[in-house]
Write a protein that binds this ligand. Structure first.
Ligand SMILES: [Zn+2]
Length: 418
């Protein structure tokens, strides 16, 4: 009996230590919407945010959203040229509301009425494969995260006279950024559609390949400890945690729009593909040498971003990429009337080492012999309130509209390979 109690105490201690730090609260934190005007203004707002220890949530059309403490607001926002206004005045309340029962969806597919943990998502995909074995296969481990979680992949296609091994492939990934929960929910929704749709033309022509959770450690951490964590959980040399996975891809790595400061939310890491997650996923992509289109799902801002992020130069396939992006945007608007702006990524601000550029960059060209329709989608909502705290009752409508875009993007890529 004593031994049993002892074991229970040890188990409890192990669970507590696995959970790590205690749950982060956001009392006295607010989110600002700052007008930045042109590119110079945008850079100035981001520099100011870094100086005051702010957290840049999004850069949108002429606007930068920044999370700061009440003390920063009290000191005055005069330093920010275009002016800022508070759009979330009680961040802790917004976080709590996003997890309240009332925020859940009410559809008759309960899975999509709420967000799910990494373990639940992995089990759900394994179950999807078990339920639809003629279409779906589950690869439990294509690599592993810093903390040893499995990076899993899912393949979806329908039987046709063309052997799967000879078909072009369509690649999708989500959750590089841990706090962008809707991206993970949307890729689940897309997988469900692919597994069950009766419109099988795409599934007969191509093989869909998905890596639904690129950053499982960061994602798990948003559930246990810090809902607003963005990076991986890589242990940095200075003792801080996390690489920005979407600044760590080996394409113009370490340049503009990424930080060499390990504590920054855009830390590019000590070397390209230093994050085990981006290394494993990029290797996996190169092994799938028939990929013609690749999508990286994020949130928020309602944007469809094509190449390039690293330069203002027009990509060689500017016309095809722009056509794809514009028609994706139209497809989305037809579903629920939401506007997703289609534009080259760099038009927001320059970024380097992103997956989107790698999908359309030299390394994939060398590796598989072609460039792909590389896109980055920023899903709902349009602005900082609710920002990352999108209530789960938005999962299905967001899934429906992004699914419309994905179908167009995939069909267009198959008909117009780069
Ligand atoms: Zn993101």
């Amino acid at each position: 009996m004593v031994a049993a109690v002892m074991v229970m105490v040890l188990v409890a201690a192990a669970v507590a230590s696995a959970a790590g730090d205690k749950v982060v609260r956001y009392d006295d934190e607010v989110v600002l919407e700052c007008q930045h005007g042109n590119a110079t203004g945008g850079a100035a707002v981001r520099a100011w945010a870094e100086e005051v220890g702010g957290d840049v949530w999004a850069v949108r059309d002429g606007v930068t959203d920044v999370r700061v403490t009440g003390a920063v607001v009290a000191r005055g926002l005069a330093a920010v040229a275009g002016g800022c206004r508070v759009v979330v005045d009680d961040l802790q309340a917004l976080v709590a509301a996003s997890r309240a029962p009332l925020a859940r969806g009410t559809s008759n597919t309960p899975w999509f009425n709420d967000y799910h943990t990494y373990d639940e998502i992995a089990a759900w995909f394994a179950e999807l494969a078990a339920q639809y074995p003629e279409r779906v296969s589950f690869q439990p481990r294509i690599g592993e995260s810093t903390e040893g979680r499995a990076l899993f992949a899912v393949r979806i296609s329908a039987p046709s006279p063309v052997p799967v091994a000879q078909r072009p492939q369509i690649y999708l990934q989500a959750l590089q950024h841990a706090r962008e929960w809707i991206g993970g929910a949307v890729i689940q929704y897309i997988a469900q559609q692919l597994a069950t749709t009766t419109e099988t033309a795409l599934l007969e022509a191509a093989e869909f390949v998905l890596v639904p959770v690129v950053n499982p450690d960061g994602y798990a951490y948003t559930w246990t400890t810090d809902r607003l964590w963005r990076k991986t959980r890589y242990r940095n040399a200075d003792g801080s945690y996390g690489i920005d996975a979407n600044r760590n891809w080996d394409d113009h790595w370490g340049g503009q729009g990424s930080s060499s400061n390990p504590r920054s939310d855009t830390y590019h890491g000590p070397a390209p593909f230093a994050a085990p997650e981006t290394l494993a996923v990029s290797d996996f992509i190169l092994q799938n040498s028939r990929i013609v289109a690749a999508y990286d799902l994020h949130a928020y801002s309602q944007l469809i971003l094509g190449p390039y992020g690293w330069t203002h130069a027009a990509p060689p396939h500017a016309q095809q990429l722009q056509t794809s992006g514009n028609f994706q945007s139209l497809a989305i608007e037809k579903v629920h009337g939401k506007k997703y702006v289609s534009q080259p990524s760099v038009d927001l601000y320059p970024t380097t080492g992103s997956a989107g550029d790698w999908f359309y960059g030299q390394q994939i060209l060398d590796g598989i012999g072609r460039l792909t329709y590389g896109f980055t989608l920023e899903a709902r909502p349009a602005s900082a309130n609710p920002g990352f705290l999108l209530p789960p009752n938005q999962i299905i409508p967001t899934g429906e509209e992004v699914w419309a875009a994905i179908q167009f993007w995939a069909s267009y890529a198959l008909e117009n390979p780069l």
